[in-house]
Design a protein around this ligand. Sequence first.
Ligand SMILES: [Zn+2]
Ligand SMILES: [Zn+2]
Length: 142
Amino acid sequence: MDQDETTAQLSLFGLEPEPEPEAPRRSPEPARIPEQRAAEVPLCPSCHREGSPPEQHARDIAQQWLEITAAGQIAVRRFCAACQPHFGLEFLACELCGLDLFLIGELAHEVASDRLPTVLLTWLAAEGWSPHPVLTCPSHAR
Ligand SMILES: [Zn+2]
Ligand SMILES: [Zn+2]
């Protein structure tokens, strides 16, 4: 009788075999990201070089450098660490957050002499900067 009981229990457990997990309809395709380092690292608009580390390079390129063109307009230039100007610079910075604009050439000379050319004021206003009461960036201009 012990034997019967054991058999009964075994058959009880054996009746319902573990259901096979359903095979997934489609196998998950691993997202294949083609390795395009050149696309991830933006090239410097001025010298068309990559820089490293890429994060720093991207920050360098994001910096706006302003100059006055021959036509008397404000032009935004962008440089990497390798090709950026190292002298004759001036800076305008938001009084609240320190976000700054780099000025080069004649424009730097003007600002260094405490002059803000009208074309610069116009450009700043168009970009959302406010010169009064203190210079503030687009995020902080009222
Ligand atoms: Zn460069
Ligand atoms: Zn600011």
